[in-house]
Design a protein around this ligand. Structure first.
Ligand code: SF4
Length: 265
């Protein structure tokens, strides 16, 4: 039964992220037997279900919840449409000066239903050329980590904080991070992962939402300290490019990856 409730909560969060404030009665009927309302506010249904979930003795309502495979198809379709729309916007984006220096914008890649998401800083030279996140040497290192965790790249979702390559591989400016953040926010809402690993200072800064404090963040001090972004567990760790230069710190990233695996259970 717990799986069904988790499923419904995921579903409602997804519809909420898409901007639905109310759900039609047909939808409601598919979820709850004996409902006579004309519509229901997404937020309040979600709130009720989360509350009900915590009341362990409420067997009657548990039994009245039903699971409908059609919803899985419908969610898959909606997620695909939402990510396609988002990627199209990124491909055409000229909202910040990085649009002048990039060769190609780089959209996220991977499983849009992934429970684990990796967020890097910005596309490098190889990514800019190929329009794929995390290729080249840093990409290989990330792929090794993902495989060591028991997954492959198709199982997880990989993206960057800013979607365009900064000139001379410099760190993105705070203004660029802020402008591009809307895309990352929407990506997270669509994928709705259980755990996010932020790779390096920039991604960690973006999810901490501490505007104007990029300079103060030191990833070596923050890594290993779990925090939450919109109730999603965030595990900051080193960027693979840093690990290529500081191989002795790889074991720390492996510790962070093990924490991610524990949180995914
Ligand atoms: S970095 Fe982001 S905001 Fe700037 S041009 Fe690229 S997609 Fe648009």
């Amino acid at each position: 039964m717990g799986r069904k409730i988790d499923y419904i909560i995921d579903l409602l969060n997804f519809y909420k992220a898409l901007g639905f404030k109310e759900l039609p009665n047909d939808f409601l009927k598919s979820l709850l037997k004996n409902s006579h309302s004309k519509s229901v506010k997404t937020e309040s249904l979600l709130y009720s279900i989360v509350n009900i979930q915590s009341k362990k003795n409420n067997e009657n309502l548990s039994e009245s919840l039903i699971y409908n495979d059609d919803f899985s198809l419908s969610i898959g379709h909606k997620k695909n449409s939402a990510i396609d729309k988002l990627n199209q916007e990124i491909k055409e984006c000229k909202k910040c000066p990085l649009s002048n220096s990039r060769k190609n914008p780089v959209c996220g890649q991977g499983n849009i239903n992934a429970k684990l998401m990796f967020i890097g800083e910005a596309p490098g030279v190889d990514e800019d050329l190929q329009s794929i996140p995390f290729v080249g040497e840093a990409g290989k290192l990330l792929t090794n980590l993902i495989e060591k965790m028991g997954f492959n790249r198709q199982d997880v979702y990989i993206t960057n904080t800013v979607k365009c390559h900064p000139p001379a591989n410099r760190e993105p400016f705070e203004s660029e991070i802020e402008i591009c953040f809307d895309y990352l926010k929407r990506e997270i809402e669509i994928v709705s992962p259980k755990v996010i690993m932020t790779l390096g200072k920039v991604a960690t800064y973006a999810l901490m939402e501490t505007k104007g404090k990029l300079k103060e963040i030191q990833i070596s001090k923050i890594r290993g300290k779990v925090f939450f972004y919109r109730e999603i567990t965030v595990i900051p760790t080193f960027h693979p490019s840093y690990l290529l230069r500081n191989r002795k710190d790889k074991w720390l990233t492996w510790e962070d990856a093990q924490e991610a695996l524990r949180r995914l259970k």
